[in-house]
Design a binder for this molecule. Structure first.
Ligand SMILES: Cc1ncc(COP(=O)(O)O)c(C=O)c1O
Length: 361
């Protein structure tokens, strides 16, 4: 089976991890600090705060911006559940705005009607590695005095008009989970230019401690392990190469599958550099699941991200969300299917993916 994801880990990562083990300094130390400095400088922000996961980065980032009880945050329903949950963890309410069916990202036009006096922020997700319409979203946020948060869990190195995503918002977050464009296993980071939010986030992830055993607030243990900081430093050096291979793979697949009239290859918006976290095609809802089963039983590890928009998950339905809220996200979730595009793919595997897909109809 050609897997949907396979991290590129080599001798460098192993040596970096072993060096930390040999040092005996297992908790947050110089490797994590260096990783924070290098990653924030790579994306283009002043501060980086490493966290235990992309989820904790989102949760803490939202709290650090002062968003909480009674506030509303407009976001996309077509994303991983952590995006919505991070708003709920803070006592705020996720308000879902529908997506653009070509890019799969939140549609700025749909955001506007969701804004009211309770709205504090817009939380965008650069889904599958494709940057959102940042001009549209940023203009809206400026007009209405809203904070802008970017969930970049799937978009390390993606660019919008020559600028890396993660550097547009008041605050952004990344995940380094094992399937992402760069990995530490579990792990995440908060990025911001805002000094106060950065200081607050650092306190929150470290048990609310300002000084040793001086707990000024109720915080968490969301620190990153030192070994993961060391792995992250190595992965960051490789990121450009890994993304270039994803780009090559995506072009190979687009070229091979572009002639088939029964599927839609991914659309790439003008002026963006797609990070190709996923290569997501659309087919008719009538045979999507059958096609998925066919691919999986013929050695192609295709997956569906996401078969249900967040607002249709049972956990959200029990909060009062439901069918009809975001029709585009609801119909797209029945049509999408992601094919392997990860940098570990061999030429023969790319050829096999095209060949197996072609033979379906
Ligand atoms: C869009 C999005 N947001 C947030 C997360 C959460 O990241 P993590 O799994 O590191 O907690 C993910 C990861 O799967 C994601 O894809």
């Amino acid at each position: 089976m050609i897997p949907i994801a396979k991290p590129v880990l080599g001798r460098d990562e192993i040596e970096a991890a072993v060096a930390v083990l040999k040092s005996g300094n297992l908790t947050q130390g110089e490797n994590v600090s260096r990783f924070e400095r290098r990653f924030s400088s790579y994306i283009g922000t002043k501060h980086g705060i490493a966290c235990s996961s992309g989820t904790s980065a989102l949760q803490v980032g939202i709290e650090a911006l002062g968003i909480g009880d009674g506030d509303e945050v407009v976001t996309t329903p077509f994303t991983f559940i952590a995006t919505g949950n991070s708003i709920l963890y803070n006592g705020a309410t996720p308000v879902f705005a529908d997506i653009d069916t070509r890019t799969f990202n939140i549609d700025p036009v749909k955001i506007e009607s969701k804004i009211n006096e309770k709205t504090k922020a817009v939380l965008v997700v650069h889904l599958y590695g494709q940057p959102c319409d940042m001009k549209g979203v940023k203009d809206l946020c400026e007009q209405h005095g809203l904070l802008l948060i970017e969930d970049c869990a799937q978009a390390h190195g993606a660019e919008y008009k020559g600028k890396r995503v993660g550097s547009f918002g008041d605050l952004s977050t990344f995940s380094f989970y094992a399937t992402k464009n760069m990995v530490t296993g579990e792990g995440g980071m908060i990025l911001t230019d805002n000094d106060a939010a950065s200081e607050k986030a650092r306190v929150i992830i470290n048990q609310g401690q300002l000084g040793k055993y001086d707990h000024v607030m109720i915080g968490y243990n969301y620190r990153m392990m030192e070994m993961l900081g060391a792995i992250g430093l190595v992965q960051l050096k490789k990121l450009g190469r890994l993304n270039a291979k994803r780009d090559y793979n995506a072009h190979f697949l687009s070229k091979g599958l572009g002639k088939l009239d029964w599927l839609e290859i991914p659309y790439v918006a003008k002026g963006v550099r797609h990070a190709w976290h996923q290569f997501t095609i659309k087919v008719s809802a009538g045979f999507r699941n059958d096609f998925l089963n066919y691919l999986n039983s013929n050695g192609v590890g295709a997956r569906v991200y996401y078969a249900k928009p967040i607002h249709l998950q049972p956990a959200y339905k029990s909060l009062g969300y439901g069918e009809g809220l975001c029709p585009s996200a609801e119909s797209v979730s029945k049509q999408v299917l992601s094919l392997p595009v990860h940098p570990n793919l061999k030429k023969s595997e790319l050829e096999k993916i095209v060949d197996v897909v072609e033979k379906y109809r």
